[in-house]
Design a binder for this molecule. Structure first.
Ligand code: CUA
Length: 329
């Protein structure tokens, strides 16, 4: 065990930058996960070289020479060899299991002082809700040095929440909650990915975790979740940000080209024709309804596939999106 730990520790140089083959280590879990990963990998290298080396050696040494009727002597077995190659791998497996179990416990057991954030996965964006403050955000904003507990669920299909820099990943499942936790070390920004194939725009189901120092975090909370004071930003600009951050971009273009859904360019004020034969001028109420109850009025020629954003976007955010659509002439 000691040899294993020493070897693992030696191989895992704690790094705050990404290497050519591994993302940076930005949480307490990251170093532990990498140590075990490295131990198993170098163990495999060692036995690969040993076994393939022996194989090549025997192939060359015992190859057939000439045309003679030579035969190798019959081998009946070798007890000592068999015990060695059973006992040593068994010991190594026990070491790997014990080591893995210890690290797994650290990742599975959430500390009592962790702050809680709700995570909702939805085709194709992430929503973070701060239950105490009532804040809804498209980025996961957390204070440095504070354990964070994520209570995650999906409102449609299977997703998987993954922050490579923290070495944490867990499935996000409709109809139940899964839990993850991490402790970010210092102010920084890291990518969040979905790693469960969940449909057309799975690869665009991205977000980020923004780690702020505690003063900046308090400021963010005080501003209702908008970093650095919200009031000066025009609504249309906020709407543009939401368009990109909340997954609208996956299905709606802003240049007039049709995607999964109709383009937003020039959409405001036009006469919309719906699948059921009715029509309507696209005004604020129509856009609001399309965001909250997308199936109510489906534009002719498009499928009824948009998920509802009820509870995912607050009134301010819906207004921002309306203003953004208005600005796209
Ligand atoms: Cu969500 Cu892939």
């Amino acid at each position: 065990m000691n040899l294993g730990f020493a070897l693992g520790q030696m191989m895992a140089q704690a790094s705050n930058t990404a290497s050519w083959w591994k993302p940076m280590q930005a949480s307490a879990h990251a170093g532990a996960v990498d140590s075990l990963f490295n131990f198993i990998m170098y163990l495999c290298f060692f036995f690969f070289v040993l076994i393939v080396g022996a194989m090549v050696y025997f192939v060359v040494k015992y190859r057939r020479k000439g045309d003679g009727p030579e035969r190798t002597s019959p081998i009946k077995g070798n007890h000592r060899l068999e015990i060695i190659w059973s006992v040593i791998p068994t010991i190594l497996l026990v070491v790997i299991f014990a080591w893995g179990f210890k690290d797994w416990l650290a990742i599975a057991v959430v500390p009592n002082n962790a702050m809680e954030v709700r995570v909702t996965g939805q085709k194709w964006n992430w929503t973070f809700t701060y239950p105490k403050e009532g804040i809804v955000s498209s980025d996961l904003v957390v204070p440095a040095g504070q354990p964070v507990k994520l209570v995650m669920t999906s409102s449609d299909v299977l997703h998987s929440f993954y922050i490579p820099d923290y070495r944490i990943k867990r499935d996000v499942v409709p109809g139940r909650y899964t839990v993850l936790w991490f402790e970010p070390s210092e102010p920084s920004t890291h990518r969040i990915y979905c790693t469960e194939y969940c449909g057309t725009s799975h690869s665009q189901m991205l977000s980020s975790v923004k780690v702020l120092d505690s003063a900046k975090y308090e400021e963010w909370i005080a501003n209702g979740g908008e970093e650095g004071g919200a009031s000066a930003v025009p609504l249309a600009d906020k709407g543009k940000k939401l368009y990109e951050a909340r997954g609208c971009v996956a299905c709606h273009s802003v240049d007039g080209s049709p995607k999964v859904g109709p383009s937003w360019k020039g959409a405001f004020g036009t006469n919309r024709k719906f699948a059921d034969g009715s029509s309507l001028s696209a005004d604020e109420n129509y856009i609001r309804q399309s965001i909250l109850v997308p199936g109510a009025k489906v534009v002719a020629g498009y499928a009824n596939v948009m998920p509802s954003y009820q509870g995912q976007l607050n009134d301010k955010q819906i207004e921002s999106i309306i203003e953004y659509i208005k600005s796209l002439k």
